[in-house]
Design a protein around this ligand. Sequence first.
Ligand code: FAD
Ligand code: NAD
Length: 483
Amino acid sequence: MADKYDVVVIGAGPAGYVCAIRAAQLGLKTVCIEKWRDKSGKGVNGGTCLNVGCIPSKALLDSSHKYWELSHSIQDHGIVPKDVELDVSAMIKRKDKIVKQLTGGIAGLFKANKVTSLFGTGKLLADRKVEYKDNDGNVSVIEADNVVIASGSQPIDIPVAPIDGEVILDSSGGLDLEEVPGRLGVIGAGVIGLELGSVWRRLGSEVILLEAMEDFLAIMDQQVARETHKIMKKQGLDIRLGCRVTGSKIKGRGKSKKVEVSYQTSDGKEATETFDKLIVCVGRRPFTEGLLAPDCGVDLDERGSIFVNEHCATNAPGVWAVGDVVRGPMLAHKGSEEGVMVAERIVGQKTQVNYDIIPNVIYTHPEVASVGLNEEQVKQSGEPYKVGVFPFVASGRALAADDSDGMVKLIAHEKTDRILGCHIVGPSAADLVQQVAIAMEFGSTAEDLGMIVFGHPTLSEAVHEAALAANGHAIHIPNKTKR
Ligand code: FAD
Ligand code: NAD
């Protein structure tokens, strides 16, 4: 006889495991099926985020930043390090240990919340039934009142640079290099390109990023993007915009294997570069392979995402979908919030996700973070607006930390003064932008934020000053507009 549950979740990434935990907290009999296996072949929870995404990339970003500081900027503090050595394999092992700790932590959370955890593959059948194939190939059917699909995404591959796992790598391969490549090519100067490019640049690689678009970080606020470009260039990232890769050829054998990449520049010129390693990071696409039986009733949209409404309900009654597999930004926290919303809606609560206020961060150094609308979007909306900018070079705390590149830019409605967005490149930008996200969630105006007492000396004061600047009241920089 088929097992019966209140909720079956397919996928234990940040969207799925959070949904499963919340559902169980609400008293629902919940099972979560996950097909990921670790390097030893053992089933493991956590999805892209914990295994090959957010967490391992941040572990390497932090390690490589410490190395960069020791080998570049620490002398300015009167500290002269001697015999600094790099042990890449120890760095990778540390990263793997953190991943193991966190994925193991999910197993603990599942147990504590009484979520049944199954390793293997789930497939949605008709009428809220799920076919479950365990990792030994045994097949059974699970029945449920609700099914939540949280199957995530996978890297987009391009035929001109097929991944071989040796010289041409996807982002997962880029997190597992055994030694520092002399010359590293990166196709795509987006989030992953900048994060992984930064890791290997700091550890000593010559890094060239080939980006198809003419504009750097085209979907971001362009003033902040230009500032970021300048900072990244200063760090030695060679970012070539308007470059379309047309082919790649593997050359040499064994350890001396390299890849020759040909590309066309925006003025139509052909060029080539030879790299020791090439990382392809040109975006990710929703993952639904082998997941949906033809009669399951779930529709896909034109981009291959599972079609859902604003509450993550699919077209099939009782079937929901959350995270990277549905529309919206492919971010762990967006998926987790959707997971919570679905669990709470299953028990009849009216939970919603505020898609207008989802922070977005690139974890380079300094970090690049944004929330809400950027200036180009506000301009396009036709609404009158004002801007307050505060550079970190005027922040005492940033100068004391020798970390004063970048700025805070806050955009508010000209008439209502409501905060519309905030864009930061600078130290701790991720945490700073979260302060504005909280303010926006409470409907704050720039004046409200300007009236809050900020501790001194803190980096947060830059947010305070940007809010004041929007109304011409900044204290620590000359105001462009007097109001
Ligand atoms: P996933 O994490 O992809 O999880 C989906 C899970 O479903 C997988 O474990 C998969 O094995 C499983 N699955 C799929 N099909 C089936 C099936 N049929 N049966 C059983 N299981 C199945 N986002 C951030 O917010 N911040 C960051 O700093 C960040 N850094 C990143 C760095 C890198 C290098 C990458 C690649 C991504 C990063 N992301 C980051 C994006 C983030 O990882 C994703 O947005 C997030 O993991 C999506 O969560 P999800 O649960 O929807 O999908
Ligand atoms: P991305 O969309 O951020 O960047 C891809 C870049 O590749 C774009 O700039 C695009 O113009 C360029 N590109 C596309 N095709 C190209 C081609 N043929 N040649 C040259 N350039 C090309 O995607 P990503 O960096 O692969 O990351 C995927 C997703 O993972 C992100 O969109 C994000 O949702 C998520 N992610 C988030 C974080 C974070 O939150 N810190 C970190 C990593 C990944």
